[in-house]
Design a protein around this ligand. Structure first.
Ligand SMILES: NC(=O)c1ccc[n+]([C@@H]2O[C@H](COP(=O)([O-])OP(=O)(O)OC[C@H]3O[C@@H](n4cnc5c(N)ncnc54)[C@H](OP(=O)(O)O)[C@@H]3O)[C@@H](O)[C@H]2O)c1
Length: 404
């Protein structure tokens, strides 16, 4: 049976779950353990997710917090297009709202369990689309969304900068629950460290939301390493969500080993190198600057002077893809999956065929010798140009201010 035919989740179970959480939290039990184990709707959701995993993935699972997920997730980062009703991604692709809803539902039908989005994607639009797509299938998946950018809650206007003040986080989460049409956010991620707010205050606020049953797990995106330790001490982190791919291997320096030490899962954004690793970008590709700006037009590693040298990495991907009877996109995702058993990439796409192709990465494995050789081939390519424009880059690796 297709998941599109299943019935809506039971609101009564959501209420019971909140009551159980409130009771057990007052007894001093771990809220996130409770949210996974003690609640009826949590148990029902687990059964629903397990059935999807069993049906489609022959036992492949990765653990993020209390969740087991299919190894490849789906990134839903969409914005309103210029044409009425159109939805665009950060690059060159466009579709419409109903196609976006169908894409998500198809992904879940095919076994995807981790869906990633954020308040700022749209703003609001991506969460609205995800909320629409999840009706009737909510319990089958793990919903990950983010707060942190300073956005007017009424107008959706981006005010510039970041805002993780506790009152703002609470307000954002209430609005997210409404847009996502759900009673809980499975993984709530701070979408860049706010240099004005101690991480203890942020983690404490999310802890309150966990105790209230509105959030099940906490994560950080692109944090400084000390901030990871400090946040984790207040509320155990389920995930770090950073850029990681063959094109950007920065997390290998410190963050992956810290995740391993602390038992935190790792979700990779832009796992296909913003499409570069699929082979769709050529040495002479020039990215649109208007009216539909392709974000890559302002990213230094895609500049005309950097691209020809960087194409050497695409050659590595294509050579290994042929050797493994895979597509370049599958090879790039399989390489990530092979790095650690707790890594989950969330490729973004507007295309159903691409989404289905990407799931094939979960079936590709490497022998130890193959992985050693592939890692060496990837490491031998020196990438030219920064991974992001300076204004965006400065929001990475930030340490939150100390709590006074
Ligand atoms: N935490 C953060 O700060 C942060 C930042 C950026 C992104 N993210 C998250 O990470 C997700 C993924 O990142 P991303 O979209 O920037 O980059 P990505 O997944 O590396 O690449 C997306 C691009 O690859 C193309 N693509 C996908 N599958 C393909 C395939 N099989 N063959 C050919 N082309 C393919 C897509 O085009 P088509 O539409 O044509 O398939 C799109 O242009 C986002 O959706 C978002 O959820 C988080």
């Amino acid at each position: 049976m297709s998941i599109s035919e299943t019935s809506p989740s039971n609101e009564h179970h959501g209420l019971q779950r909140r009551q159980l959480l409130a009771t057990a939290t007052s007894l001093g039990l771990s809220p996130w353990l409770l949210s996974a184990c003690a609640s009826q709707s949590g148990a029902a959701a687990k059964v629903a997710r397990d059935s999807v995993l069993r049906q489609h993935t022959a036992g492949q699972r990765r653990t993020l917090g209390s969740f087991e997920v299919f190894p490849v997730g789906l990134g839903c980062q969409w914005h309103p297009g210029a044409a009425q009703g159109s939805v665009v991604d950060m690059y060159h692709s466009a579709f419409d709202r109903q196609a976006a809803v169908r894409l998500i539902r198809r992904a879940v039908d095919r076994g995807v369990t981790l869906i990633d989005t954020a308040e700022v994607y749209g703003p609001f639009l991506s969460e609205e689309i995800v909320g629409e797509a999840l009706q009737g299938i909510r319990d089958k998946l793990v919903l990950e969304t983010k707060f942190g950018m300073d956005i007017d809650p009424k107008t959706g206007q981006r005010l510039g900068g970041l805002n993780s003040r506790p009152e703002h986080i609470k307000q954002v989460v209430e609005a997210q629950l409404r847009r996502l049409k759900t009673d809980r956010i499975d993984i709530l991620i701070q979408h860049r460290v706010d240099p004005q707010v101690p991480i203890e205050d942020v983690a404490g606020t999310v802890k309150d939301l966990v105790a209230a049953g509105k959030v099940l797990h906490f994560g950080l995106s692109e944090p400084g390493v000390q901030t990871i330790r400090r946040a984790h001490a207040v509320l155990p982190l389920a995930v770090i969500q950073n850029e990681y791919s063959m094109l950007w291997r920065g997390p290998e320096a410190q963050v992956l080993s810290l995740c391993e030490e602390l038992g935190i899962g790792f979700v990779c954004w832009s796992p296909l190198g913003m499409g570069f690793l699929t082979g769709s970008v050529k040495a002479d590709t020039r990215f649109e600057t208007s009216p539909n700006m392709d974000f890559r037009s302002v990213v230094p590693r895609f500049a005309p002077e950097a691209l020809p040298a960087n194409m050497a990495l695409v050659d590595v991907v294509k050579t290994w893809a042929a050797r493994k009877s895979a597509t370049p996109a599958q090879l790039a995702l399989a390489w990530l999956l092979a790095q650690k058993p707790w890594i989950v990439p969330i490729p973004g796409t507007t295309n159903v065929a691409h989404m289905e192709e990407n799931l094939g990465a979960a079936s590709i494995s490497f022998t130890a010798d193959e992985l050693r050789q592939l890692n060496a081939d990837v490491a031998a390519v020196k990438i030219r140009g920064e991974r992001l424009p300076p204004a965006v880059l400065q929001m990475s690796g930030v340490e939150a201010p100390p709590k006074s």
